[in-house]
Write a protein that binds this ligand. Structure first.
Ligand SMILES: Nc1nc2c(c(=O)[nH]1)N[C@H]1C(S)=C(S)[C@@H](COP(=O)(O)O)O[C@H]1N2
Ligand SMILES: [Mo]
Length: 208
């Protein structure tokens, strides 16, 4: 894949405009230039072109649908420049991810007025709940590249959620399904005590 896409829209995540690195570092966080790997379980090795991969959109929508990887990659992509904040206290500034806006993915399914929350479903049964408001923010995408290169399997290849306005655990690696819901329900880490919302600026780390 060529990285040369001069016409691809570029969205600057609003929190990157807060000022110097210190102003961009939420309370209780420390800056890192590395990108640590964190998840539960084994890294799945996925060939999204082998015919078995599908992304499913379902739940509180008029028109549930699924698509294969070619269809996903044919959708108009954007670049998002954002900071990553992990609940384990590291923050990494100035990341450029490439992928498809969550808005374009969901619009096609015609969300019902009752839809208020999203449950992301990943390989091996992992789930994470995200309020629809942050999931649909203009800087939220389903990402397949970071800094112009395909994501590595450790970081979520072939596709991961990216919700820069919340702690990074809300960004599901190896995503395969998006379920729209009328009510909130805890995902994998939330069942273990992580916060239902997860705003890094008000340190919504644990507890509901
Ligand atoms: N499928 C899946 N996605 C996941 C997780 C997981 O366990 N499984 N962990 C989350 C957590 S706790 C974090 S901090 C980030 C880490 O992303 P990274 O490894 O790319 O830094 O992934 C999130 N996405
Ligand atoms: Mo995490």
């Amino acid at each position: 894949m060529s990285d040369d896409h001069p016409s691809r829209p570029r969205i600057i995540s609003p929190d990157t405009l807060r000022g110097d690195p210190q102003d961009r570092t939420p309370p209780g966080q420390k800056l890192t230039s590395k990108w640590p790997v964190l998840h539960h379980g084994k890294v799945p090795q996925i060939d999204p072109y082998d015919g078995g991969w599908r992304l499913k959109i379902f739940g509180q929508v008029e028109e549930p649908y699924e698509m294969d990887y070619e269809q996903l990659r044919a959708m108009p992509a954007i670049d998002v420049v954002c900071d990553m904040h992990c609940v384990t206290h590291w923050t990494r500034l100035n990341n450029t991810f490439t992928g498809v806006p969550t808005k374009s993915i969901l619009e096609r399914a015609k969300p019902k007025a009752s839809a208020r929350f999203v449950m992301c479903h990943s390989e091996a049964g992992f789930t994470v709940n995200v309020p629809l408001k942050e999931f649909l923010a203009e800087d939220s995408i389903l990402a397949y590249q970071w800094e112009g290169k395909d994501l590595t399997p450790e970081h979520g290849w072939p596709l991961r959620g990216l919700v820069p306005r919340l702690y990074l655990w809300k960004s599901a690696k190896w995503i395969r399904g998006i379920e729209l819901r009328a009510t909130d329900a805890p995902g994998f880490w939330e069942q273990g005590g992580y916060h239902m919302h997860g705003d890094p600026w008000s340190e919504e780390r644990f507890g509901w």
